[in-house]
Design a protein around this ligand. Structure first.
Ligand code: ARG
Length: 585
């Protein structure tokens, strides 16, 4: 289903042409779903307004060339004399559709702009989106940043589309590493010192444990014992654990505040550890687990996966065990339609095992998706790490982004007072970090190229913010009220549009379908790139077409109306991406 009526019409035409060609025996029976027929909006005149590459995807099945297939479809469509189009053409295997003069504008003027911005494909179904999920007692790093930014944007996209979204932060706050940390603390830690800079000092302790254990393997055993004590509810260890957690959470909150990220539920591994026993009982009862050398495993051959380890021989549960408990809890408590896990590629096997195990114990139709993403690389395309090989802490990255943004402002706005520069630089830094993340297809690695990330010339959030500010100024200068501009539609004049305006209209009416495909593919980059291309068109418009200077009153009002809707598209787009608008820049 397309929202765009022209695309919908084309999809119907192509689909029924294929069906009748099959009926006539021109094509053999084809297995094809209507919704898999893709339609592209075109901006190069010779390709028409819309095109379809359907013939290419059928060539193999039908054992004919795309050209031959497209020609037959074209002829079949023409028999029906379809409305809206003045020409339908086959070219190099593509089907190109040319709209009748004026149909675009007249339909566009009938679209209620409210409808463009209220979608309800979600029908209020529940979706749990798990994202961010950093680890306690360690700094949040660029990998978590990627999850945080993509997850937040997906949550926005899903709720905008009418889903009921639960934003979940699944903290990494349980596991044998806490035994190591507690051991290190008891041996070398000083409460006073740690309080000064808790997260970094805890990290130092943790690292010291790792270097000392090489000389003294005895430490490993101590750590196991400390963790066991923690699991058994030992008072002192529980106090330490809670203190570490609290300090870490404070640090995380600082980052969430800066990025304006909110969660509905913050429940991490330590919460689900409690359900472990119960779930293992269930697994045993259902005869899903097997014993192997004192440990419990689940065979996953039927899924072509290696067996999942559920309980170690020392009775300790694992990351997977806790994830299974969390999954069952979520399904039982919320009955969601879907659960998305926004987590890096490298946990692919973990999630495949988790979903497989779940299928073995519950007959539930919940859709489970591992929304994976690639790495974060520096300018030299190396892993973003410190000299010691640890991933770079987020705070360092944000500070660097602010310095880069300040450099730009010092050049562009040297006269601004210092505080103003600092404030705007922070906003630019955060939106650039977000946008750089979102415009890249999530499975690809992200490269940090500071100059490009903050360039006014394109590809960046500042470019979008700058375009937005530029056109907001025009509207403000027109001195017309928003309502007056909006009313333009009702007056419904006959308007001449130039080819750039036609392109802008085509972009605008694509908006709902862009949102839907961003949602269906869990791909914020679709929305981000759409906004970039709309900004390109608008900046060309700015250079070529007078607005306030246009003499013809109706023409001028139409142009203002067009700009008003574009700004509305931007405002909605920015909200979804989590980017702030800047009035002056
Ligand atoms: N805390 C984990 C990490 O930093 C990510 C958690 C992912 N979510 C999950 N349900 N396992 O690697």
């Amino acid at each position: 289903m397309f929202f765009n009526m022209f695309k919908q019409q084309i999809q119907n035409l192509v689909y029924s042409a294929l069906k009748s060609l099959a009926k006539k025996g021109v094509f053999s029976q084809i297995t094809l779903e209507k919704k898999s027929i893709e339609i592209e909006t075109q901006f190069q005149k010779e390709k028409g307004d819309y095109s379809s590459n359907i013939a290419f995807s059928l060539a193999k099945q039908l054992k004919q060339s795309p050209q031959a297939i497209a020609q037959k479809i074209q002829e079949e469509i023409l028999i029906k004399k379809p409305k809206f189009f003045k020409k339908i053409e086959e070219k190099n295997g593509f089907l190109n559709f040319f709209l009748e003069e004026n149909i675009l504008t007249s339909k566009f003027l009938k679209v209620e702009s409210e409808k463009l911005f209220s979608l309800n494909i979600g029908k209020n179904q529940k979706v749990i989106i798990e994202f961010s999920s950093p680890n306690i007692a360690k700094p949040m790093h660029v990998g978590h940043l990627r999850s945080t930014i993509i997850g937040d944007c997906l949550a926005n996209l899903f709720s905008f589309s009418g889903y009921q979204v639960i934003r979940w932060n699944y903290l990494g706050d349980w596991g044998t590493q806490f035994g190591k940390l507690i051991t290190a603390y008891k041996l070398w830690g000083k409460e006073e010192k740690i309080k000064k800079d808790p997260v970094n000092n805890l990290l130092n302790l943790y690292q010291r444990f790792h270097s000392e254990v090489k000389k003294n393997p005895q430490l490993e055993k101590m750590a196991q014992e400390e963790f066991k004590k923690l699991e058994d509810g030992d008072k002192e260890n529980t106090r330490l654990f809670q203190w570490f957690s609290k300090e870490s959470s404070k640090e995380f909150q600082k980052i969430y505040r800066l990025f304006k990220i909110k969660f509905d539920v913050i429940k991490g591994e330590s919460f689900f550890y409690q359900d472990q026993e119960k779930i293992i009982e269930e697994l045993k009862k259902k005869k899903i687990v097997q014993e192997s050398e004192g440990a419990l495993i689940i065979d996953l051959k039927e899924f072509n996966l290696p067996p999942a380890l559920i309980l170690k021989s020392d009775e300790a549960g694992l990351y997977l065990t806790r994830d299974l408990c969390a999954l069952i809890y979520r399904v039982d408590k919320y009955q969601p339609k879907m659960i998305l896990y926004v987590v890096g590629n490298e946990q692919d096997l973990h999630f495949r095992q988790l979903f497989a195990v779940f299928q073995k114990i519950r007959k539930n139709k919940v859709k489970l998706v591992h929304v994976k993403f690639g790495l974060v690389l520096n300018e030299k395309k190396e892993k973003f790490s410190t000299r010691e090989g640890e991933l770079i802490p987020l705070k360092e990255l944000i500070d660097k982004a602010i310095i880069e943004a300040l450099k730009i402002l010092n050049k562009k706005q040297p006269a601004w007072p210092k505080e103003k520069k600092q404030k705007i630089a922070e906003k630019i830094a955060i939106s650039s970090l977000k946008f750089n993340n979102l415009k890249t297809y999530r499975l690809n690695d992200i490269i940090f190229d500071w100059e490009r990330m903050m360039s006014f010339q394109g590809d960046s959030s500042v470019y979008l913010q700058y375009t937005f500010a530029r056109f907001s100024k025009i509207l403000a200068k027109s001195k017309l009220s928003r309502n007056f501009i909006k009313d333009f539609q009702k007056r419904n004049q006959k308007i001449e549009v130039n080819s750039l305006e036609k392109d802008i209209i085509k972009k605008i009416i694509d908006w709902p379908d862009i949102i839907i495909s961003s949602v269906r593919n869990y791909a914020p980059n679709i929305l981000a790139n759409y906004l970039l291309s709309l900004a390109d068109l608008l900046n060309q418009y700015y250079e070529t077409t007078p607005v306030l200077q246009e003499e013809n009153l109706e023409q001028r009002h139409f142009r203002l109306y067009l700009i008003e809707i574009c700004l509305e598209v931007f405002t909605n787009g920015f909200n979804l991406l989590g980017i702030e608008t800047l009035k002056e820049i």
